[in-house]
Design a protein around this ligand. Structure first.
Ligand SMILES: *Cc1c(COP(=O)(O)O)cnc(C)c1O
Length: 404
């Protein structure tokens, strides 16, 4: 059982008011809030041992290097990767995906196919379109069904010897659907394709075991799991990371440089050109410590409780339609009420102190599928409470009254 009173004390931002009302923060799928343990790690870094890493012989540089590499080790352990060198620090999921897409530019040929799921974030569609333009490969879409799941039978038919890469998110940010990635991974490997899973929404809410999943690439953003913005990881199996060419050129990523030829550093440094977000990486490690101290299982169980509670309350509201109704869902509720524009609902909720997301959630293809301009999305985290859901539902009822 989580101790909510103590947990909420860990998050300074949860004590503030917005528009004169206590903040109810239900936009966790966009970014999570930061506990003081992580904030203190950041302050400590800049107060005591801020220095560049991997090059200095001096004390501070060694201290910063040790802390940064320790964080990499924590991340490796948390996600159960084989080696720390399979964890590449990036600026986040978008960067991680672009790194892989860029690398596959050297491995694909005209006529090859890339499969992308219909439930993607824009950051997951555009890099593959750019890759196809560059290589002459073709992009094919794994279709979705009315409840927000993927059509796995159709996927089976789409996987052929032409398939070189499959891409899908683990959990859809717009609908909350937990995709059956084990099925996707098995299907891709059966035809010899690589598969990249975007874990931006999954990593904050469940225990991920990369070794058990046998996935080729997996991406995470720290800011969605209590860490700072501007840092994340790309996990890649060593064999794949060795096959991919470097993404950016610069310091840190080289072994030897002459004007005739440059040789690249070993993993993970081959993909980490330039001075990284040192403090961010260390703070990401602190965020992982924080989550593990609470327990990922406890977090997941409690968030499911919040999801059930909110879904039940919302289902009692006339003309309210929830999008994404699969049995396996993260704590995200995406909905519309009658033909009220989601933006109008969001604006009134904000006046009442409730932060939700409105719009297409960077997933226009999903909105097109449902023929709607967008939704109101409430997304919960382990520091939210049922009392906050009550406040939200009351505020929503007031908004509906004012708008209809
Ligand atoms: C947030 C999100 C992204 C983008 O992550 P960034 O941290 O902005 O790079 C990609 N995919 C999903 C599913 C997301 O939720």
């Amino acid at each position: 059982m989580l101790d909510l009173a103590t947990i909420r004390q860990d998050f300074p931002i949860l004590q503030r008011k917005v528009n004169g009302k206590p903040l109810v923060y239900f936009d966790n799928a966009a970014t999570s809030q930061t506990p003081k343990q992580v904030i203190e790690t950041i302050v400590d870094y800049y107060s005591r041992y801020n220095a560049n890493i991997h090059r200095g012989v001096h004390h501070l540089s060694q201290q910063a290097t040790d802390a940064y590499e320790q964080a990499r080790g924590k991340i490796q352990k948390h996600f159960n990767a084989n080696k720390a060198s399979e964890i590449i620090f990036t600026s986040g999921t978008t960067h991680s995906i672009n790194l892989v897409a860029n690398g596959f530019g050297a491995l694909l040929e005209e006529g090859d196919e890339i499969l992308v799921s219909a439930v993607e974030h824009h950051s997951n569609i555009v890099p593959w379109q750019m890759l196809c333009e560059r290589t002459g490969a073709m992009l094919k879409v794994i279709p979705m069904t009315a409840n927000g799941a993927l059509d796995y039978e159709a996927y089976d038919g789409l996987c052929t010897e032409k398939t070189k890469l499959v891409f899908c998110n683990h959990i859809s940010n717009a609908l909350g659907t937990v995709n059956q990635i084990e099925t996707l991974i098995e299907g891709a490997h059966k035809v010899g394709a690589a598969i990249l899973i975007d874990g931006a929404q999954a990593a904050p809410h469940m225990q991920i075991d990369l070794r058990a999943l046998d996935v080729d690439f997996y991406t995470v953003s720290a800011h969605k799991m209590c860490g700072p913005t501007g840092v994340g990881i790309l996990y890649g199996k060593e064999a794949w990371l060795k096959k991919l060419p470097p993404y950016q050129g610069g310091g840190e990523m080289i072994a030897e440089v002459t004007f005739e030829k440059t040789t690249y550093a070993d993993l993970p440094h081959k993909f980490e050109a330039g001075t990284p977000n040192i403090c961010g990486g260390i703070a990401f490690g602190a965020a992982i410590d924080y989550l593990n101290a609470l327990g990922m299982k406890e977090i997941a169980d409690y968030e499911q409780e919040l999801l059930v509670y909110a879904t039940r309350a919302l289902e009692g509201i006339a003309d309210l339609k929830i999008y994404g109704t699969t049995a396996q869902k993260a704590a995200v509720v995406s909905f519309n009420v009658g033909d009220i524009h989601p933006y109008d609902i969001g604006s009134i909720l904000d006046k009442l102190g409730v932060a939700v997301r409105t719009g297409h959630h960077c997933a226009q293809p999903i909105m097109n599928y449902f023929e709607i301009p967008g939704t109101v999305r409430a997304s919960f985290a382990f520091y939210n409470t049922k009392e906050e859901i009550d406040v939200f539902v009351d505020a929503l009822k007031r908004a509906i009254q004012m708008l209809s």
